[in-house]
Design a binder for this molecule. Sequence first.
Ligand code: ADP
Length: 765
Amino acid sequence: MFPDLLLHFEIGRKKSILAVKEAMNSNQLIFLVTQKRVKDNDPSKTQIYEFGVLARIKQIISQNGDLMRVLVEGKYRAEVVEYIDDGEFLKAVIVKKEDINQHKNAVSEALIRKAEDLFSEYLSISPKKPVDLILNLESYEEVGKVSDYISSNIILDYKDKQVLLEELDTIQRIKKLIVFLSHENEVINYENELALKIKSSIDKNQKEYILREQIKILSRELNDSSDPVTESEEYKEKLRKLKLPKDTYDKLKKECENFSKVPSGSSEANIIRTYLDTCFSLPWNKSSKDVIDISKTKKILDKGHFGLKDVKNRILEFLSVKKLAPDIKGQIICLVGPPGVGKTTIVKSLAKAMGKKYIRISLGGINDESEIRGHRKTYIGAMPGRIITSIKQAGTNNPLILLDEIDKISEDYHGDPASALLEVLDPEQNCEFYDRYIEVPFDLSNVLFIATANDKESIPAPLYDRMEIIDLCSYTYEEKFHIAKEHLIPKQLKRHGLTKKTFSISDDCINLLIRGYTKEAGVRELERNIAKVMRKSAKKIVEDEEKSVKVELNILKEFLGPVKYKNKKIDDGESVGVVQGLAWTSVGGELLPIEVLPMKGKGDIQITGSLGDVMRESAQLAISYIRSNYLKLGVKRDFYKNMDIHIHAPEGAIPKDGPSAGVTIATALLSSLNNIPVNSDIAMTGEIILKGRVLPIGRLKEKVMAAYINGIKTVIIPAENESDISKIDDVVKKSINFVKADNLSTVFEYALKDFKKNNISKKKK
Ligand code: ADP
């Protein structure tokens, strides 16, 4: 309590309450002194200061049980002279103490200003002090009053305040106040600083937490149910369950952590999410149980495919080895043959027999290495390559993967897919196959790879070396007949909701379907035609309410239209200057007729048709041979000078390995020059050299098959190809007469009607 100031406080001690009541009953004056030690509960007169303030009780604000709240106003400083009574309450004689040194001068002014500054600083730094205190201060001018006002409004140790109260010299009083106040300010400043430091260190720890919380809230606001932090935790949980090799684990863990740092919904988050989803959907440790049961496999293969004895045997051998030595990685099997001969379906049957998942990768037209190895995930729309995609699709790490049309891959500026495939197929490397998208190695060593191709010569050499080729050949009519009757028709019946009772087709029709409506190595077109017939029959049954359909020749023609392929060779009969050659294309053997037309001119050679320049060399050789043997062959000496010769190959696809048409051109040329007809039902193949020797050719089996399909009865082949005859199907061999020629004169002898026998061959003998 200081003079001139209002104060309200609570009193609770009985003694004090009695004192207040006594005062209220008389002049309301009361002498207020401070006790020396706070903890004394009932201080005696020695335990209180003697210097205090005489105050007037202005109001008893409330009385609540034992507690009384009073408002007092300080009057003046006073000191106890003598205690009168120490009974119910303390009573004393006091003496008023006047302030001294009250003059107003520069010193007092300066001190006041200093005190005021400190006070305003005090107010600004100490929390929650009403600002109007400083305004009230302005109403005081005397230095003693100023210091009393400030003293009563600051928090100071009560002992210090007592010092200020007891100081009667106002200048000394304000000086002491200044010392206390500046000390107090310093303490407060330091306290504040400390609080700030503590706060910022807490802040730092909390900042991340708060930010994460904010991200959560923001993504919720954006209606994005996923939040990266929990999602990343889920990914990590998945990762722990996968049991991956350490390097792979570390790499994926890092990605999970990256994921938690990017805002969800951002394109980066999507990239990482797709990446992680792809990685986690791979069957790292999931495999199916392999079944190797030779007799069961044999049954399945026989049930699905007619014939194909060699192929089936080879597959069973492969399985037997696998059973005896499961860990040895053998060569990759590659089935080579024209389209539609059952390459794909037989592999599918194998997968079924082995209990493996079957996945087909079509390699046709691939010219980009990334198709195999994937794109880096930083590319827009990046994906893993086809191998990893297939593994993901299979859901097991040991499926059977069919690499279809491996001969159709090509190389360009995008890199070489063949070398990537080589890595896939090489058992030394494929246990750590690296896909650019996945970025971690994946073990492909348990995958069973089987390839197919139409043309083994187009398979890139390094791949070819790794593979074991199994040839599948075009089917004969008889084989096609069996396949149709035993496999295709029952299969299609089911697909069309027909039964043997509701649908039947005569053998004649099947034969006509094969010979008259299809011309192919395999049976695809045949299968399509059978399907067509059944579709039309189904319509008849449903629409025309017929009980069943019996397909006879006339109905077949009604369904499929007029016969497409007639045996033109037989129709054509014998002709001059036209000879049937034989060629091979990737879809099987083909008849390759060649026409030669000499006419008056100046010795030009013109070649037209699908073969173009490939034949020019053969043509030159044939002309030179005939020129040099003009006498024996009965040709006019100067024919090459005054005649233009036009050679034309009207039909067919472009043969893969050259037309092997030397003998054909020579025969056609001689026939036309001498106007001798060529025997009907004859076809030939073979290259020649200048002396007329006939050179061996490749793919005899397929070429002969083409002759057989086209109703040719005699085929002239190079003598050196004799050993290949054994590979030809028995049915074909039975219906074809082979002439083995080692030089052109033998060819002419058999091919040309009435070829004069006074020629080279006779002379030779
Ligand atoms: P590729 O893969 O050789 O081109 P596919 O395996 O696709 O040929 O065969 C085409 C169709 O011919 C399939 O429906 C298949 O069942 C059938 N097929 C081919 N060869 C035979 C066969 N020997 N026995 C039964 N059906 C066959």
